[in-house]
Design a protein around this ligand. Structure first.
Ligand code: SF4
Length: 697
C-alpha cells in the first residue's frame, strides 16, 4: 500500500471486549508491525495470539475495492443513489417499518451513532439491530431490570483485588486471553485469590481454577438461586444495605428457596463447597459471558447472579461485583449510542416519552419511533415473510452467524433489496447482496470503541483506505444526504460525531442516566486525535470510576431491584431422535466468521478445521473413532464435522466452534443447526442449547 503513515500509531485491537491497546507501525511493504501498548490500562503491553497476528491480516488480496451493483463494478454515485432510492421507495410505499438495518459490534461508536440516528430519527423506524443481540442482549436486559440502566458496575482492577473470582459461562483463556493472563498473574502474586470455573466443559480456563463445577447445561439460574437461598440460611444477608438500597428482596428469596437444585447436575458436596467459598470470601467478582447470555432464560440468569451480589451488598466496592465480559470489541459502544432495536442513544429508553422527546429535540429530527423495533431473530423472520423489503447489513455475516443460518440465508436471498457494507465480497452474506459497498477496515479508519469495563479508547488510522473504500460513518451519511437529510448528517469526520453524542449524553445525564461524557462535548479535533483511554463516566482527564458506590441506582426510586427467578431448562427438548445437547463457542485463534483471522496462517495452525467435541463413552456407543467425520443434525440443519473425542466434555453433550463458513454443510456452518429459540426479555438466541443427533459420516 502507498501512503501508510511512517510512524508508530497507538490504536486498539478489533477483536474481543478486553479492548487491548496496540502499537501499529507500517513495515514499508504494505503490512504492519504490531506490539502491545504498555501505556494502555486494559493490557499494559500484553497481546494474545489474535492481537499479535493483526499484521498478517491487512493484505488486500480479498478486499472489496469498489462498489458493486448487481454483481458489476459501479461508481459510488450510482451505488449510493440506488440505495437511497430503494430505501425511500420502500418507506413511501410500505412505511418506515418496511426497511431495516442489521449492524455489528465491530463498528466504531461513531459509525453506530449515525446509523442509529438515521434509522430512528429520520427514517422513523426502530428496525436497527446488531449482532450484539447474539452476544450481550441478556446482560443489557439484566442490568436494566436490576439497576435501571445498562451499567457495568465494576472495573478490571476489581478482579485483581478480589478474594474470589467466579467465572461462569466463560472460557476466558480462549475468549478474553489478556484478561485471563491478568487474572493468572494476580493469582500467582496472591495465591490466596481463589478462582472457580462453572462450565459444562473442562476448558483451558479450568486449568487456572481452584475448582471447576461441571454444571448441567442451563443449570446456572438454579445454581445462583441456590446461592441466594444459602446466603439467607447462613444469615449473611447485608440487611442494612438491602433495607437502604434494594427492593424485591422477599420475592427473590422466596423464588430462590423454591428452586430445584437438581437442575444444576452438581452433587450436594460440590454445591456446599461453592456456596461456602462464595459466602466466606468478602470480595467476590462473578464474571459471566456467553454461557449465561446465550440462553432462552439468559436475562433471568444474569439477574440471579446480580441478586446474590445485591443481597450481600457486594457491589460498587473495590474487588467485588457482577461483571459481564463482552464478546465483541465494541458491543459496549453500540449499547452506549443506541445500536439495539429497543434502546435510544446514551442509555435512554425508547419506551419513555420524555427520553424520546429529548433525543428528538436534540436531533431536531422529523421522526421518532415510540416502540422497540425488531430484534435480530424477529428481523430476519420479517425479511423471510416479506415485511422487510429493503435491508442494509453492515460489517457482519448473518448468513453464517444467525441461528437457523440456512433459513436466514434463504430469507436474505429472497429479500427485494439487500445492501451489504463490508471489507470483502467473499462472505456468505456479501454474496447475496444487490449492492455491495466497500468499507474501510481496522487500521484504515478512525473512531472510538468501548471495552467491557466502560473504557473508551481510540482506534486510529495507520494505513490508507484501499481502492474506493470509505468509512462506514461516511457511507451512512452519504445515503442520508441523498434521502434529503444532508444537513443533519454533515459531519466532517468522526470527531464531529463524537462531539455530538458527547453533547447528547449531557442531555441523558440531566435526565438521570448513567452514560454522561458531556465533559468531552467541546473537544477539538486535535484533542480527539490525542484522546487517551478513559472509563466513563469520568472525564478523560480523571481516572476511572466504579458505579453504585453510593448505593444510588437508576430506577425511579433509586433502589436496585432483586428479581424473583424461576429457572428454566433450555427450550429445545432432548428426545430419542435428538438426544445430544449442542454447545457452541469460539476457539482461541479465530474470530467470528474468520473474515480477518483466516488470512493469518499461524492463527489457522491452532485449530485447522471445524470439529465436534464429544465424550469417549458417547463416541464408543455411536461407533465413532477420533478424527472421524460425523454428521450433526438438528431439526434446523446439518453440518459435517471431525470428531474430537475428549474427556473434557460430559456424556450427552457435544461442542462445536462457530467460525467456519461456506456454502456446504461440510464447511462446518454450525449455526445452521442452532434453533432460533430466544430469551423472551432480551431476544437473545439460545446458541448453546439446541438438541442434535450424531451419526458417523
Ligand atoms: Fe485483542 Fe482480545 Fe486478544 Fe486483547 S485479548 S489482543 S483485545 S483479541
Amino acid at each position: 500500500r502507498r501512503g501508510a503513515r511512517a510512524c508508530v500509531v497507538r490504536t486498539t485491537c478489533p477483536y474481543c471486549g478486553v479492548g487491548c491497546g496496540v502499537l501499529a507501525e507500517p513495515d514499508g511493504q504494505g503490512g504492519l508491525k504490531i506490539r502491545g501498548d504498555k501505556a494502555h490500562p486494559a493490557n499494559e503491553g500484553k497481546l494474545c495470539s489474535k492481537g499479535s497476528a493483526l499484521g498478517d491480516t491487512v493484505a488486500l488480496d480479498d478486499r472489496l475495492l469498489a462498489p458493486q451493483v448487481m454483481g458489476r463494478e459501479a461508481s459510488w454515485g450510482e451505488a449510493l443513489d440506488l440505495v437511497a432510492a430503494k430505501f425511500a421507495a420502500s418507506i413511501r410505499e410500505h412505511g418506515p417499518d418496511s426497511v431495516a438495518m442489521y449492524v455489528s459490534g465491530q463498528l466504531l461508536t461513531e459509525d453506530y451513532y449515525v446509523a442509529n440516528k438515521l434509522m430512528k430519527g429520520y427514517v422513523g423506524t426502530a428496525n436497527i439491530d446488531t449482532n450484539s443481540r447474539l452476544c450481550m442482549a441478556s446482560s443489557v436486559a439484566g442490568h436494566r431490570r436490576a439497576f435501571g440502566t445498562d451499567t457495568v458496575p465494576g472495573l478490571y482492577a476489581d478482579w485483581q483485588e478480589a478474594d474470589l473470582v467466579v467465572l461462569t459461562g466463560s472460557n476466558l483463556a480462549w475468549c478474553h486471553p489478556v484478561l485471563y493472563q491478568r487474572l493468572a498473574a494476580a493469582k500467582k502474586t496472591r495465591p490466596e485469590l481463589k478462582v472457580v470455573t462453572i462450565d459444562p466443559r473442562r476448558t483451558a480456563t479450568t486449568d487456572l481454577a481452584d475448582f471447576h463445577l461441571a454444571i448441567a447445561p442451563g443449570g446456572d439460574g438454579a445454581l445462583f438461586n441456590g446461592l441466594l437461598a444459602r446466603i439467607v440460611e447462613a444469615g449473611v444477608v447485608d440487611s442494612d444495605y438491602v433495607a437502604r438500597n434494594v427492593s424485591g428482596f422477599p420475592e427473590a428469596v422466596a423464588a430462590a428457596q423454591a428452586s430445584d437444585l437438581g437442575m444444576t447436575g452438581l452433587s450436594a458436596e460440590e454445591l456446599a463447597a461453592f456456596y461456602q467459598l462464595w459466602i466466606d470470601s468478602e470480595k467476590v467478582v462473578t464474571v459471566y459471558s456467553q454461557g449465561i447470555n446465550q440462553s432462552s432464560s439468559g436475562s433471568d440468569k444474569v439477574n440471579a447472579i446480580i441478586n446474590c451480589h445485591l443481597a450481600t451488598g457486594r457491589i460498587g466496592k473495590p474487588g467485588m461485583g457482577p461483571f459481564s465480559v463482552t464478546g465483541q470489541p465494541n458491543a459496549m459502544g453500540g449499547r452506549e449510542v443506541g445500536g439495539l432495536a429497543n434502546m435510544l442513544a446514551c442509555h435512554l429508553d425508547i419506551e419513555e416519552p420524555a427520553h424520546r422527546d429529548a433525543v428528538q429535540g436534540f436531533w431536531v429530527s422529523p421522526e421518532m419511533p415510540d416502540s422497540p423495533g425488531l430484534k435480530a431473530v424477529d428481523m430476519f423472520r420479517a425479511v423471510e415473510e416479506g415485511r422487510i423489503k429493503a435491508l442494509w447489513i453492515i460489517s457482519t455475516n448473518p448468513a453464517v452467524s444467525m441461528p437457523e443460518a440456512d433459513r436466514v440465508r434463504a430469507a436474505i436471498e429472497g429479500c427485494d433489496f439487500v445492501v451489504v457494507s463490508d471489507i470483502t465480497a467473499r462472505t456468505d452474506t456479501a454474496q447475496l447482496a444487490d449492492v455491495l459497498l466497500p468499507a474501510t477496515g481496522w487500521g484504515e479508519k478512525d473512531g472510538t470503541v468501548t471495552n467491557s469495563e466502560r473504557m473508551i479508547s481510540r482506534q486510529r488510522r495507520v494505513l490508507p483506505a484501499p481502492g474506493a473504500a470509505r468509512p462506514d460513518w461516511q457511507i451512512i451519511c452519504d445515503v442520508a444526504a441523498r434521502m434529503g437529510w444532508g444537513e443533519a448528517f454533515a459531519y466532517d469526520g468522526p470527531a464531529a460525531i463524537f462531539r455530538e453524542y458527547a453533547a447528547l449524553s449531557g442531555v441523558a445525564g440531566a435526565l438521570g442516566r448513567d452514560f454522561d461524557i458531556s465533559a468531552l462535548a467541546g473537544i477539538s479535533d486535535e484533542e480527539y486525535e490525542a484522546l487517551a483511554p478513559f472509563c466513563w463516566p469520568q472525564s478523560a482527564r480523571k481516572s476511572g470510576g466504579r458505579f453504585f458506590a453510593d448505593g444510588h441506582f437508576y430506577t425511579k426510586d433509586n433502589r436496585a431491584r432483586m428479581l424473583p427467578i424461576t429457572p428454566r431448562a433450555p427450550q429445545s427438548q432432548l428426545s430419542d431422535t435428538y438426544p445430544f445437547r449442542f454447545n457452541t463457542g469460539r476457539v482461541r485463534d479465530h474470530w467470528h466468521t474468520m473474515t480477518r483471522t483466516a488470512k493469518s496462517a499461524r492463527l489457522s495452525q491452532h485449530m485447522a478445521e471445524p470439529y465436534l467435541e464429544l465424550n469417549p463413552a458417547d463416541a464408543a456407543k455411536l461407533g465413532i473413532k477420533p478424527a472421524q467425520l460425523v454428521s450433526v443434525e438438528s431439526p434446523a440443519g446439518t453440518a459435517i464435522l471431525r470428531a474430537m473425542v475428549s474427556e473434557r466434555i460430559g456424556r450427552g453433550e457435544v461442542f462445536a466452534p462457530m467460525h467456519w463458513t461456506g456454502q456446504t454443510a461440510s464447511a462446518g456452518r454450525i449455526d445452521a443447526l442452532v434453533a432460533a429459540n430466544t430469551d423472551p426479555v432480551s431476544g437473545q438466541p439460545e446458541s448453546k442449547g439446541s438438541a442434535v443427533r450424531i451419526t458417523p459420516f
